[in-house]
Design a protein around this ligand. Structure first.
Ligand SMILES: [Mg+2]
Length: 188
């Protein structure tokens, strides 16, 4: 997959310390399954890509901070973040993401130039416009594509996040090392 991906500018990539992922349309294909249990309790399911998840684990394995920031509130997102051990999982029901990320940067003592974001639609723009590395999925809307530094060839929910993780690590010269470290940790 990494051989198909567009390269990310190495200078932008090397500055990154925190990588933010949107959820709907980025870690998913933007679809949600909404239903109710027999007792009337609302339930919502989302489909996540397992190879994307490995990409997020690789970023964390490399020492990068990873955050999931969603403009909708969904238990499915909480469960997926927990499975991936992404501690910074934040959701706002009205897509007010900027305040969430400003607080995150304050807490982590990070600059906007040290942040990368993978985005797909206008709820991401308030944050995306400020970050140092702006990335869009293949199915991103035009307002996101117009300002992005990099765009995946794969769509959200179908490998876009993994493509971004691989390209980011490759641009930092860390991809092969991280793969070996990931394998080593699972060879004991
Ligand atoms: Mg989205």
């Amino acid at each position: 997959m990494s051989t198909e991906a567009q390269p990310i500018d190495a200078d932008l990539a090397r500055r990154v310390k925190l990588v933010i992922f949107d959820v709907d349309g980025v870690l998913t294909d933007a679809g949600v399954y909404i239903g109710a249990t027999a007792s009337g309790e609302t339930t919502e399911l989302k489909r996540f890509d397992i190879q994307d998840g490995v990409g997020l684990k690789m970023l964390m394995c490399s020492g990068l901070e990873v955050a999931i920031v969603s403009g909708r509130v969904s238990e499915a997102t909480v469960l997926r973040a927990r499975e991936l051990e992404v501690l910074e999982c934040h959701q706002d029901p009205h897509a007010h993401k900027l305040g969430i990320v400003e607080e995150l940067l304050r807490r982590k003592a990070l600059q906007w130039s040290e942040v990368a974001m993978l985005a797909d639609d206008i709820p991401d723009l308030a944050v995306l416009r400020r970050v140092g590395l702006k990335a869009a999925v293949a199915n991103a809307t035009s307002h996101v594509v117009d300002i992005c530094d990099w765009q995946s060839r794969r769509p959200g929910g179908h490998g876009a996040a993994r493509e971004f993780c691989d390209a980011l690590l490759a641009a930092r010269g860390e991809l092969d090392d991280v793969v070996e470290r990931y394998v080593d940790e699972r060879s004991k």
